[in-house]
Design a protein around this ligand. Structure first.
Ligand SMILES: Cc1cc2nc3c(=O)[nH]c(=O)nc-3n(C[C@H](O)[C@H](O)[C@H](O)COP(=O)(O)OP(=O)(O)OC[C@H]3O[C@@H](n4cnc5c(N)ncnc54)[C@H](O)[C@@H]3O)c2cc1C
Length: 355
């Protein structure tokens, strides 16, 4: 063992939920050599490794994590004008929203709808973060990684990341295999931002629209509008907001085959329910808002059970009110069961459960 590892470090303060027990060992790595050294130390000791960034998509078990938690805090941002746009290269530990802000200040378009998402740059490819009609897959050029076992450096192009809705190879078949070191994005210069998401289109319209604006100003208006919408739903980190101790959305929106959606509609008719099910086309399939399913399965916004509950502003966000992870996961399970019994749809959890 070459480096001393911190021992029995509480993990709750490293997460936005504020839940969970300690890490047996903990190390923050601000450089690639530190990361290599820590991974080597873990291998020598036969320790399991859990990588974390900003902890905004993590549910830590009450018992904590019995191995080594590595917090990736590698910094560094390079912004370059390129012939056909602008290139951004950012270290995995850079705060995501700070990067968005820098791009928007320069008037570069492509990630402005992803304003206000907590966490680090390195986590964005893991679940292909997305919001308001944009996802990181739209602008990502490549991801530079370290393979945890061999310590070999590997670069994945966008295609090789196998991005899907709220997922990628890093959350799927290569889960826990790589550490993201750096992400390269390609943004657009001198073009108006594209706004497609209906709620955002309307909100931007209330601010007078984008058509009469210079591209630089338009990108800023989109960012400000997204932040405003997110604040209303407690979807930005605000320590004074009691709804803020969450991981954002706890469930992803189910994407159903046409047959499964017809079956869902049939069930509703058979139960005498007349109001339509909200639906969005998704590459030949049908996306149904998980929040709608949850509320119609009997779990209203503001619902409380012991020390946990549902956000008063968003049915998808489970909130910690000084409870435990056991309580939170029990609530998640009750919601899943109620939605399945009522609609025959299995909800999928978005955050990563550790421990
Ligand atoms: C209020 C709120 C709003 C949110 N809104 C959105 C939203 O609109 N859209 C959305 O997609 N998400 C949203 N999220 C979820 C979360 O912010 C994102 O998933 C974010 O990208 C997680 O980043 P993080 O650094 O906090 O990752 P962590 O929570 O620390 O880790 C998440 C996962 O990524 C892995 N990971 C982290 N860093 C690395 C790395 N360098 N290399 C390899 N693996 C890594 C971890 O091992 C873990 O599996 C929201 C969360 C909150 C609390």
């Amino acid at each position: 063992m070459t480096i001393p590892l911190r021992e029995r470090v509480p993990l709750a303060p490293f997460t936005t939920l504020g839940l969970g027990g300690p890490a047996r060992y903990f190390q923050e790595c601000t450089t690639e050599p530190e990361l290599r050294e820590a991974l080597t130390a873990a291998r020598e000791r036969g320790l399991r490794v859990q990588i974390i960034g900003g902890g905004s998509n993590l549910v830590i078990a009450d018992a904590g994590f019995p191995g080594l938690v590595l917090k990736v805090a590698i910094g560094g941002v390079t912004l370059r004008d390129a012939a056909d746009g602008a290139e951004l290269v950012a270290g995995a530990g850079v705060e995501w929203d700070a990067l968005v802000r820098q791009a928007v200040e320069r008037g570069w378009a492509g990630i402005e709808c992803l304003s206000g998402i907590p966490g680090t740059v390195g986590a964005t490819p893991i679940q292909n973060v997305g919001a308001y009609g944009q996802e990181i897959a739209d602008t990502l050029v490549s991801v530079r990684c370290l393979e945890r076992d061999s310590l070999a450096e590997v670069v994945f192009t966008r295609e090789q990341c196998e991005f899907v809705y709220r997922g990628s190879r890093f959350k799927g078949r290569d889960r826990d295999r790589y550490v993201v070191l750096e992400v390269t994005l390609q943004l657009r210069r001198d073009t108006l931002p594209q706004v497609r998401y209906a709620e955002l289109v309307q909100a931007v319209g209330r601010h007078g629209g984008l058509e009469h604006l210079e591209p630089r100003e338009a990108v800023r208006v989109v960012r400000d509008t997204v932040l405003e919408l997110r604040r209303r739903k407690s979807m930005v980190l605000d320590p004074t907001d009691p709804n803020a101790r969450s991981v954002g959305s706890f469930f992803v929106n189910p994407v159903l085959s046409a047959e499964a959606f017809d079956e869902l509609a049939r069930r509703r008719r058979a139960a005498g329910e007349v109001d339509g099910i909200p639906q969005f086309p998704a590459d030949g399939r049908v996306k149904v808002p998980a929040a709608w399913l949850i509320e119609h399965a009997g779990f209203a916004k503001g619902y409380r059970l012991g020390g946990v509950g549902i956000s008063t502003h968003h049915a998808l966000a489970l909130v910690n009110h000084r409870g435990t992870t056991t309580e939170l996961l029990a609530l998640a399970q009750s919601i899943e069961q109620a939605v399945y019994e009522r609609f025959g749809v299995r909800l999928e959890r978005e955050p990563v459960v550790v421990g």
